[in-house]
Design a protein around this ligand. Structure first.
Ligand code: ZN
Length: 350
């Protein structure tokens, strides 16, 4: 039986988040990416689901329109998915450079990558049963998955990405059947490997989303507010124009929504005009600072973006995931996001 699927109400400036929220301190140590679980076995299973309920409650009480599970069931937005596949050795890691920015010990592709069982589909069913709101489910994008591994088998980034796209597509179709209203692929790598985005990145992303009837989204950002990313951003100059090359390609793609960072970023807002026809998830919350935005600050970002995106296609959002932030800060930012959108909606008379 098809699950009950709430309709995304047709109103202007519907709010959503990039994906992740901080985890409760009893589940994983706070303010850490990739934090280890503090529970195991059946307790971990129960704890993760309780954390999903809390993440939903925070979004609903703040007034967010399209909610997520806060990625409470994953340690990491890419590796938790890959851990569930065959063909990748997590025991003998190799050191590689991630997005040309920092070194990390990463798992090694040692044979054909295979998804022998659904990864997040049970999580999606649970999420669907907990809320009346439309839900978005996030998955890693194929290029970003390739970028977190050492490939000792395919020896071709494109070939491995195509394999991942086929796997992601099966997962995404099952997530849709389990009740997802939107499926988003996280592709921060699109801001780094621009030539590969042109050569095969968009086509492979479309393959991951092929056949989905629900809206599909791609999130492209400058990363979490961790030091390596903040240092990298300092090297990008006074205007960040990476999106200038990818947006026209995305505008011509089958992907329906694009999520990007606008709050406190040096992205010239006129680049949004390059996404004509697409839904745009405008980052109006900075995830690199613990300072909570005022609703007026959020409203100012939305008004700026509205010069280039009509309000019914503009979704106020966070710049990126909020997992590394303290929970009270993340909750404050959720409330500011909803309140800022409400200010501008009021100005529009809706
Ligand atoms: Zn991001």
């Amino acid at each position: 039986m098809e699950p009950r699927r709430p309709v995304i109400a047709l109103r202007a400036l519907r709010t959503t988040i990039a994906g992740s929220l901080p985890k409760p301190a009893w589940l994983a140590p706070p303010k850490q990416l990739w934090a280890p679980w503090l529970l195991d076995g059946a307790l971990l299973e129960e704890g993760r689901r309780d954390a999903v309920r809390l993440a939903l409650a925070d979004q609903e009480s703040a007034g967010i329109d399209i909610v997520t599970d806060g990625e409470q069931t994953r340690r990491h937005f890419v590796t938790t998915f890959i851990e569930c596949l065959e063909g990748v050795d997590f025991q003998h890691k190799r050191t590689v450079r991630i997005r040309n920015r920092y070194d990390a010990d990463v798992p090694v592709v040692v044979g054909p990558v295979v998804r022998s069982r659904p990864v997040f589909v049970d999580d999606m069913r649970f999420l669907r049963a907990q809320t009346q709101k439309p839900v978005k489910f996030t998955l890693p994008g194929p290029m970003t998955m390739v970028d977190t591994l050492y490939d000792n088998h395919y020896r071709s980034r494109e070939k491995l990405a195509r394999e991942f796209a086929a796997i992601l597509n099966r997962e995404a179709r099952e997530l849709e059947s389990a009740g997802a209203n939107v499926i988003q692929f996280d592709e921060p790598a699109f801001n780094v490997y621009i030539d590969e985005v042109k050569a095969w990145g968009i086509e492979v992303l479309e393959a991951a989303a092929a056949g989905l009837k629900c809206p599909t989204a791609v999130h492209i950002c400058y990363g979490y507010g961790i030091k390596a990313n903040i240092d990298w951003k300092k090297t990008l100059g006074s205007q960040w124009r990476q999106y200038e090359q990818t947006f026209p390609l995305l505008a011509n793609s089958k992907i329906g929504q694009v999520s990007l960072e606008c709050a406190n970023s040096k992205v010239p807002l006129d680049l949004l005009a390059l996404l004509k026809g697409k839904d745009v998830l405008v980052g109006a919350i900075d995830v690199a600072t613990e300072e909570i935005e005022t609703p007026a600050q959020v409203a100012a970002v939305i008004r700026g973006a509205m010069k280039f995106v009509p309000p019914e296609k503009l979704y106020p959002c966070t710049n990126c995931g909020m997992v590394p932030l303290p929970r009270p800060v993340a909750l404050g930012k959720l409330k500011a996001l909803a309140a800022g959108a409400a200010i501008v909606r009021g100005e529009l008379g809706g």
